[in-house]
Design a protein around this ligand. Structure first.
Ligand SMILES: Nc1ncnc2c1ncn2[C@@H]1O[C@H](COP(=O)(O)OP(=O)(O)OP(=O)(O)O)[C@@H](O)[C@H]1O
Ligand SMILES: [Mg+2]
Length: 465
């Protein structure tokens, strides 16, 4: 973090120092909300959590070397006390940004693929200049300031994943950190239940990103998605498009190798270069082309973008994480989250990776936050399993999992319904055979991530031998 004294921080956030004998004490390591991540010189930010209150860890944080705590009340150790800690994080992020050497801020949003694309983009931009990007999927009003705190004077490019669960969310984020470049990936049905009003209202909310761009900025839009293209008139920035069917930056001659990894030719204004991705699933073609478009918009050559994409790796776990077990079972952990679109791409990747000859086992949890259409989406998911030629389904959950199960059975899939994660693990213990390809996926709250991780480490489960 750029060094700031407690006095400067207090002024930036409109707070008052408490129990802080030295207002000139310096914070020069990133602000963090987890006291276990405190480095000497850090600012510990005490947030009320779901399970515990950050204020309880104030003393431990200072003991671990934190210069001070950002808190909602005095905590008996050096603190800056503010009325609202979350608001103060935003104000501090803005103050930090103002002290940086004007890095180019790239914001990206979309219904699916933000984290995957952010990781690809960061790996391309790193070949151009010093880059800081959102860690994992920290894409909200807390994660965005935390990302800004990681930047310092050497940071030239700042990549921020921006999530949105309703109108005004992205506007709030761009109010803290105004982006110069805005990338919108797609408009799907993720969180549609929370938005209300269907895809149109999601497009309205995600479009807040391009509304925040300046005239000398750049809006990077998905030419294959009409909802994204409908945002073009909402920005004063020039527009650069990407896509597989259309777009300024195009992916053509797309192929999947035997393991389901895409390769394609990247083209822009008559230039072209080959890309061979190390990531699994056809959906990454769109994500990679989006990342290339941003890099090209920032001055990269087509060849440079293509080479960096070819060298890029999966950075964030839980997204099409592939493990080859010693017993010949391939485990695909895509259990970080799920919605109808991401289920579709994951199921098609599953059958692509099996190459026709292997048994495919989809372990699918329910999809949350789909609103009124939720039942219909779950019934459709079962049909999708059948359409993709998946041989076996293990549906995990209650009434909605039962809908997936029923429509998959109708489609000729060998299907089993289990109530929860533990029951799924119990069943899989005896179910999986050498040669199987197993996909584990469901909404975050179903908790299948843990199951996927345990399946990928069969020794821990006594599955081998
Ligand atoms: N371009 C895409 N189109 C459709 N589905 C995608 C795309 N890219 C990724 N996915 C699917 O969406 C899942 C989530 O991917 P990722 O974490 O990159 O998205 P995200 O937008 O960051 O999600 P979140 O809203 O949870 O932060 C992946 O596991 C994958 O199955
Ligand atoms: Mg994400």
């Amino acid at each position: 973090m750029v060094p700031m004294t407690l006095q400067e921080i207090a002024e930036a956030v409109g707070g008052a120092p408490h129990d802080a004998p030295d207002p000139g004490a310096v914070v020069d390591r990133p602000g963090v909300i987890d006291s276990r991540l405190v480095e000497p010189g850090a600012l510990f930010i005490a947030l009320p959590g779901e399970h515990t209150d950050g204020h309880r860890f104030a003393e431990a944080a200072v003991r671990a070397g934190a210069t001070a705590v950002l808190a909602a009340r005095p905590v008996g150790v050096p603190a800056i006390v503010v009325p609202d800690v979350q608001d103060a994080m935003g104000a501090l992020a803005r103050a930090v940004l103002d002290r940086l050497k004007a890095p180019t801020v790239i914001g990206l949003t979309g219904s699916a693929g933000k984290t995957s694309t952010k990781d690809l983009l960061a790996q391309v931009l790193e070949t151009m200049d010093t880059t800081v990007a959102t860690p994992l999927s920290f894409n909200g009003e807390i994660g965005l300031p935390l990302t800004v705190f990681r930047a310092d004077e050497s940071t030239r490019l700042l990549v921020l994943e921006m999530g949105s669960r309703g109108a005004g969310h992205i506007k709030y984020l761009t109010g803290i950190v105004p982006p110069k470049v805005g990338l919108v990936l797609n408009v799907g049905t993720a969180h549609v239940g929370e938005f209300g009003g269907g895809k149109e209202s999601i497009a309205v909310a995600k479009g807040e990103l391009v509304e925040a761009l300046p005239v000398d900025g750049l809006a990077v839009l998905n030419a294959d998605d009409p909802y994204v293209m409908s945002m073009a008139p909402r920005t004063v920035a020039p527009v650069l498009t990407f896509g597989a069917r259309a777009g300024d930056v195009r992916a053509v001659d797309i192929e999947l190798d035997g393991a389901g990894r895409p390769s394609f030719t990247l083209t822009y204004r008559g230039e072209s270069a080959p890309v061979k991705l190390g990531l699994y699933g056809a959906h990454h073609v769109s994500n990679a082309t989006a990342a290339a478009a941003v890099a090209i918009g920032l001055g990269a050559s087509v060849r440079q973008a293509a080479e960096a994409l070819t060298g890029a790796r999966q950075l964030t776990p839980g997204r099409m994480d592939v493990t080859e077990r010693p017993d010949g079972v391939t485990v695909i952990n895509d259990a970080f989250n799920a919605n109808p679109e991401s289920m579709a791409v994951a199921l098609s990747a599953l059958t692509a990776m099996a190459g026709g000859g292997r048994r495919t086992v989809a372990v699918l949890g329910e999809m949350r936050e789909l609103g009124e259409e939720s039942d219909a989406h779950h019934a459709e998911l079962g049909r999708m399993v059948a359409r993709n030629g998946v041989t076996d389904l293990i549906a995990v959950g209650g009434a909605e999992a039962a809908l997936v199960h029923a429509s998959a059975v109708d489609g000729g899939v060998t299907a089993t319904l289990v109530p929860d994660r533990d029951a799924a693990l119990d069943l899989l213990l005896t179910y999986l055979k050498p040669g199987d390809v197993v996909l584990v996926k469901g909404s975050h709250s179903v908790g299948l991530e843990d199951a996927a991780m345990r399946l990928a480490k069969p020794d821990a489960m006594g599955l081998t031998g």
